[in-house]
Design a protein around this ligand. Structure first.
Ligand code: ADP
Ligand code: ZN
Length: 754
C-alpha cells in the first residue's frame, strides 16, 4: 500500500505530491487526510505531511520509495472537502499547497501527542514457553509476568504491574534477561476532552425572543437556501440593533438540530467573553471557540472537538474558516466588512472568499451580515450574485436610534476650545457624568500617520488622479521629501504641494494621539476616571478583556480608544459617543478610506444608547458639510453606497476592476531600486503583448506606504485588470521567471489598505 502526501508548509521547490510506502502496521489507520511524519530528502529529515490519497499498487519503480515513519494522529485531521479545497486555495492565493495545509492543520495539532506509554511484550513466544517449562525461573513474579503476556499479548507496563502485582524492577530484570521487550507507544486512550459545556452562563444570555417579522422572513429565506444545498450567499443588511445575531442563532440552532455544522466567524476584536457567552448560552455545549488567547493545549481540544463532530458550532476569527467542521451546512461572517477578515501576511487570504469556495465544494450556505456592508458585497447583492435580506428596524422597539450631531471644528477653534474636545461634546459629557452615565471617545489613528493635512482647512493632500490621500516619503539619498500616491505613483515634491480643497500651502502632520487626549481629559474632568484602549495599552494578553470588564463594571466613566472600541461591545450606560478627527479617517492612503470612515461612524453610533437611555453621538470634523459625513450622520448607507460606487467606477477600482499589488523588498536600497526597475521593464514588456480584453494597467515601481519594515526597503507595483484570474496570471509569470532569492516578492490579489 502506498500514499501521496503534501508536505505541511512546503516551499515552492518541495510543493509536489510525494509517494511513500505505508508499512504493514500502519495500513489500517492510514487514510486520505491522515497526518504523518515522513523521511524527506538526502538526509531523511523528518517532515510533517498530510496524506491526500491512498493507493494499493504503485506503477512506477518502487525501489526508491521510502516508508512513512509514523502516524501523528489516530484519525484523519482533514475532511474530504478540505482536501478538495487545498488545490483551489493555493491556485487562488498563489501560495503552495503546503501553505494551505498549514492553515488547515494548525501547529497545536502537529505539536499534540497522545500520551505516550510504555508497553511490554514478549521477545518470542517460543522462548517464553521454553523457559517456563524448563522451570529455570525462580521468581513467582517472573513466572506470572510471562504467563500473563502469553495469554494476553502486549500490554502496558501499568496494566502488568497492577494485574500480576509485580514491581517495576522485576519487569526490568526480565528485559535484561532478553525475555521481554519494553517499547514506547502512543496509547489508544482517547484524548481527554475538555468539557465544553462547563461554563455556560445563565440569565440574560439564554433568553430567547419572539422574532420580529423581518427577522422571521430572513430566517425562513436562509433556511430554505440551506435545505437546497446550493451554495447560496446571503447578505443580511440590517441596521445596528436590528437583531442580526438573533437571526444567526436561530439558523445555527436549526442546522445543528439536523446534525449539520456551522462556522460562525466574528471579527477578532469582537470575540469578547460577552459575545462568546451569548452564543454559548444559546447554542449550548455544541460550541467550540477558537481565539488567540487559548493555550496550545486548549486550542487543540477545541479543534479536536470540531473534528470529531462533538462540537457543531465553531466560533472564531478569520482562521475559523479552515476548521475541520463535519457536515458543514452554514458559514456566518458577522460584520462581513471588517478588515480583520483579510490576512495581512502570507498567504493573504480573505475569509469571505474562502467561505465561498468552501460553499461551492460542500453546498453549504454563506451568510454575510453587516449594518454597513463592504461596497464589494453590496455590489454583488445588487447584481444578484448574493441574495439581499434587509432588517430595517431596531429589534427592541424601545431602543431609539441615537442622535448624531456633526460639530464644525473650524468654529470651535475660533471659539477657543482647541482641536480635541468641542464645547457641545464637553457639555454633553458633563451631563452624562452628573447622571452617572458613561462616555466613549473614538480616535482612529490607523493609516494616516504618514499623511499631511492643510493647516487652514484640515484637508489631506490627495492625488489628482485617484483622490486618495498621498503619503509622505523621505528620500534619504538626497534629503528631500515628496508626496506619493500609492495607487498610481503620482509624485509631488513636498514644497510644491497644494491643498486640493483651499489651495493652501502650509501643512502639518495630522492629529493627536490617545495619550495626549487622556492627559487633556484629566485637566478638563479631573474627577472622572479614564480607561484607554489602544495598541500600547493592549500589548499584554488579556489586557483588552480587562479594560472592557473594568468599563462594564463602571470603574471608569470615560473609555477612549482607537477603532478597537467601535465594534461589538454592549455597554448599556453609555449615552455619549464622540468621534474625534473624523476627517483623519478619510486621510488614509487606502481606496477604502471613505468606506472605512462610514463603517466606523456607524459602529460608533451603535455604541450609544443601547440601553433604555437615548444616546448622542458627536462627530467632530473640519468639514462637516462633506457628503460622506452627512450620510454618516443620517445613517444613510444607500446614499453613501451610490456615491462610493460611482467613485470606484470612475477610477476603475474594485468591484469594477481587480487590483493586484506586488511588493519587492531588499535590505540593500541601491539594489532594490535596480531590481525594481528590472521587474518594471519585464512587466511592461509582458503586459504590452497581452490581449486588450484583460484591460491591464500597471503602475510603479513606487515606494510602499511603509517604506522601511524590519530592516528592509520596499517598493511596490499596482496592477489593474479585468478580474482576479488575470492578475493571478501575471503573478504566476513573475513567480516562474524570477529567482525568489534575488527578487523576494510578495503578491496580493486583494489589497485593502494602502
Ligand atoms: P445587531 O447585531 O443587528 O446590531 P443585535 O443582534 O445586537 O443587533 O440585537 C440588538 C438587541 O436587540 C439585543 O439586545 C438583542 O438581544 C435584542 N433583540 C434581538 N432580537 C429581538 C427580538 N426579536 N425581540 C426583542 N429583542 C430582540
Ligand atoms: Zn494616484
Amino acid at each position: 500500500m502506498y500514499c501521496s502526501v503534501i508536505l505541511r508548509g512546503a516551499i515552492r521547490q518541495t510543493d509536489n505530491l510525494y509517494t511513500y510506502r505505508v508499512p504493514e502496521e500502519l495500513r489500517a489507520d492510514t487514510h486520505a487526510g491522515s497526518l504523518v511524519s515522513v523521511p524527506f530528502g538526502k538526509g531523511d529529515s523528518k517532515k510533517t505531511a498530510v496524506v491526500v490519497n491512498v493507493i494499493e499498487e504503485f506503477n512506477g519503480d518502487a525501489r526508491y520509495i521510502k516508508d512513512i515513519d509514523s502516524l501523528l494522529s489516530q484519525t484523519p485531521v482533514l475532511n474530504p472537502d478540505q482536501l478538495e479545497l487545498i488545490e483551489k486555495v493555493s491556485e487562488r492565493l498563489n501560495c503552495t499547497r503546503g501553505d494551505v495545509v498549514e492553515l488547515m492543520v494548525p501547529s497545536c495539532v502537529v505539536n499534540h501527542r497522545n500520551p505516550i506509554e510504555q508497553f511490554a511484550e514478549l521477545v518470542s513466544r517460543d522462548k517464553a514457553e521454553e523457559v517456563l517449562q524448563s522451570e529455570k525461573l525462580r521468581s513467582a513474579a517472573h513466572i506470572n509476568i510471562l504467563e500473563y503476556l502469553l495469554e494476553r499479548g502486549k500490554c502496558t507496563r501499568k496494566e502488568l504491574m497492577s494485574s500480576v502485582s509485580c514491581s517495576s524492577a522485576q519487569i526490568n530484570s526480565l528485559e535484561r534477561k532478553g525475555l521481554i521487550r519494553l517499547v514506547k507507544e502512543v496509547s489508544d486512550n482517547e484524548v481527554p476532552q475538555l468539557a465544553i459545556s462547563s461554563d455556560i452562563p445563565e440569565g440574560k444570555f439564554t433568553e430567547e425572543y419572539d422574532l420580529s417579522d423581518e427577522q422571521q422572513d430572513a430566517v425562513n429565506e436562509i433556511l430554505k437556501g440551506i435545505d437546497s444545498r446550493k451554495d447560496n450567499t446571503y447578505l443580511l443588511f440590517g441596521i445596528t440593533g436590528s437583531g442580526k445575531t438573533e437571526v444567526y442563532l436561530n439558523i445555527a440552532k436549526k442546522v445543528i438540530s439536523e446534525g449539520g455544522s456551522v462556522i460562525y466567524m466574528v471579527p477578532e476584536i469582537s470575540l469578547t467573553p460577552q459575545t462568546i457567552n451569548w452564543i454559548k448560552g444559546r447554542l449550548g455545549d455544541s460550541v467550540a471557540v477558537l481565539h488567540s488567547r487559548l493555550t496550545d493545549k486548549q486550542r487543540y481540544e477545541q479543534w479536536n472537538n470540531i473534528r470529531t463532530g462533538k462540537a457543531r458550532v465553531v466560533v472564531g476569527p478569520r482562521s475559523g474558516v479552515f476548521a475541520p467542521a463535519k457536515d458543514l451546512r452554514l458559514i456566518i461572517l458577522d460584520e462581513e466588512h471588517d478588515g480583520s477578515y483579510k490576512a495581512e501576511s502570507h498567504p493573504r487570504y480573505s475569509a469571505r472568499d474562502i467561505a465561498r469556495m468552501r460553499a461551492k465544494i460542500t453546498g453549504c450556505s454563506v451568510v454575510l451580515g453587516s449594518a454597513t456592508p463592504s461596497v464589494e458585497s453590496f455590489y454583488a447583492a445588487q447584481a444578484g450574485a448574493y441574495k439581499l435580506l434587509e432588517l430595517k428596524n431596531r429589534a427592541r422597539s424601545e431602543a431609539t436610534l441615537p442622535e448624531i450631531i456633526p460639530v464644525d471644528m473650524k468654529e470651535q477653534i475660533k471659539l477657543g476650545s482647541g482641536d480635541m474636545l468641542s464645547l457641545p461634546l464637553r457639555q454633553a459629557m458633563s451631563v452624562a457624568f452628573s447622571e452617572n452615565k458613561q462616555v466613549i471617545l473614538l480616535l482612529n489613528r490607523r493609516g494616516f500617520s504618514r499623511t499631511l493635512v492643510c493647516e487652514d482647512c484640515g484637508e489631506p493632500v490627495t492625488c489628482k488622479n485617484c483622490s486618495v490621500a498621498m503619503t509622505l516619503h523621505n528620500n534619504r539619498r538626497n534629503g528631500t521629501q515628496s508626496l506619493i500616491c500609492h495607487y498610481c505613483g503620482y509624485t509631488v515634491p513636498s514644497y510644491e504641494a497644494r491643498c486640493s480643497f483651499c489651495s493652501g500651502n502650509r501643512f502639518k502632520k495630522a492629529g493627536f494621539g490617545t495619550q495626549q487626549l487622556e492627559e487633556f481629559l484629566h485637566s478638563v474632568f479631573p474627577h472622572e476616571k479614564v480607561l484607554r484602549m489602544d495598541q500600547d495599552s493592549t500589548m499584554t494578553p488579556g489586557a483588552h478583556k480587562e479594560i472592557i470588564e473594568k468599563f462594564a463594571a463602571k470603574e471608569a466613566s470615560i473609555l477612549i480608544g482607537t477603532q478597537m472600541i467601535a465594534k461589538g461591545l454592549d455597554f448599556p450606560d453609555v449615552t455619549v459617543v464622540g468621534v474625534l478627527g473624523a476627517d483623519l479617517m478619510l486621510a488614509s492612503s487606502s481606496f477604502k478610506a471613505s468606506e472605512r470612515a462610514f463603517q466606523l461612524i456607524t459602529q460608533a453610533a451603535g455604541r450609544a444608547g443601547r440601553g433604555e437611555h437615548p444616546g448622542k453621538v458627536f462627530i467632530q470634523s473640519f468639514r462637516p458639510e462633506q457628503p460622506l459625513l452627512q450620510f454618516a450622520c443620517t445613517q444613510n448607507y444607500r446614499a453613501f453606497y451610490e456615491q462610493e460606487i460611482e467613485y470606484r467606477q470612475k477610477l476603475k477600482l474594485p468591484p469594477y476592476k481587480a487590483l493586484g499589488e506586488i511588493v519587492l523588498s531588499l535590505a540593500d536600497e541601491e539594489l532594490l531600486i535596480k531590481r525594481a526597475n528590472e521587474v518594471a521593464s519585464y512587466l511592461n514588456a509582458f503586459l504590452g503583448f497581452q490581449d486588450p480584453k484583460y484591460q491591464f494597467e500597471i503602475y510603479g515601481p513606487m515606494p510602499c506606504v511603509i517604506y522601511e519594515l524590519r530592516g528592509r526597503y520596499r517598493m511596490s507595483f499596482v496592477i489593474k485588470a479585468v478580474n482576479k484570474s488575470a492578475i493571478n496570471g501575471v503573478f504566476k509569470r513573475l513567480i516562474a521567471d524570477f529567482d525568489h532569492m534575488k527578487y523576494p516578492m510578495s503578491f496580493d490579489n486583494d489589497p485593502q489598505d494602502g
